[in-house]
Design a protein around this ligand. Sequence first.
Ligand code: UD1
Length: 372
Amino acid sequence: MRILHVVGARPNFMKIAPIMQIMSKYPEVFKQTLVHTGQHYDTAMSKVFFDDLQLPEPDVYLGVGSDTHAQQTACIMSAFEPILLEQKTDWIFVVGDVNSTLACALVAAKTGIRTAHVEAGLRSFDRTMPEEINRLLTDQISDLLFVTEPSGLINLSREGCPQHKIHFVGNVMIDTLLYFQDRAEQSPILESLGISSRGYMILTLHRPSNVDHRETFENILKALVEIGQHVPILFPIHPRTLKLLSNFKLLNYFVKSNPSESPIIRKGIHLMDPLGYLDFCKLLANAKAVLTDSGGIQEETTWLGVPCLTLRENTERPITVTEGTNIIVGRNPKKIVAECLNILGGGGKKGNIPMLWDGRAAQRIVDVLMKT
Ligand code: UD1
């Protein structure tokens, strides 16, 4: 079977890694090709993950870069089409919900090549999110739908997806978290930042709904500054968010580090460069709490048993709320502060690990594929 894997943006890398690794155990069955669209291109957003996750160099790099949604999606499609036309491919594998996912699935559907979508069926029911559009459309045109949590099964059935396409296999991102857990544990990041386990919170923010409007962004920062009086908050920042912070002149909300001492021991919000996979996992595992608008981090914190406050009005990953450690706090400053103080006072949600988040999702995917 000739498999072409597609990655493009940061959250794709940890999802494709375990699938490629399991397939490589069957060299007589699978011939794998890795295509990187170049949606993310900075070293800190891409190359670091290839190193940390021991991913092979991409066979093809499309180098599309950043642009508007339409331009970026169109560029990926026109760069990807000749690759699919010239290579013999039985299946393409796309993961998650980024523009690269939809763009490549669409090209495959039009050239008659079968598509497997990993992390199918998740729905926030919020069509103002670009990812929701990507999820809905990718699922409609895919031939195999690999689902991480039971809500995905319900959503896909309700949308009329044929049952034979749908497979509940668990979560490949958790495969990666488990596989690299020991190596992440060896990261020296806590010592190098001068922080101790449970002595800090982590913040990530990049959703347009949180950071594209100055007033919304500033209101969130004001709430976080209040929390920062009690505990250091580490903010590894997405390049897009950094640009907006600077354009909006909001950099005054952050602690200025003193280069002669470790910058992080002080309370307040600390801006940091984006982190690699292993360092970030070490920080996640040892955090007092995580504040985020990311999707994947809601799942990683649930598996790690670390309280997560999601700074969005909804989640496409409801199992992290019903079973895991996630609380949806939205953008309400009062709620954000109250939940953080509760955690600092010894509260914080305890959770369970969802069904099939056991490190064997990629094996299940490969088993299904071999029977198809
Ligand atoms: C994308 C995904 C989002 C995912 C996120 C993870 C879509 C629609 N969005 O959002 O679902 O959660 O990745 O990071 O696909 N930039 C750089 N360097 C890079 C990449 C991006 O500076 O390597 C900056 C550029 O200013 C760019 C902006 O970030 O315009 C946005 O990048 P883009 O890939 O379009 O979307 P993300 O916000 O990263």
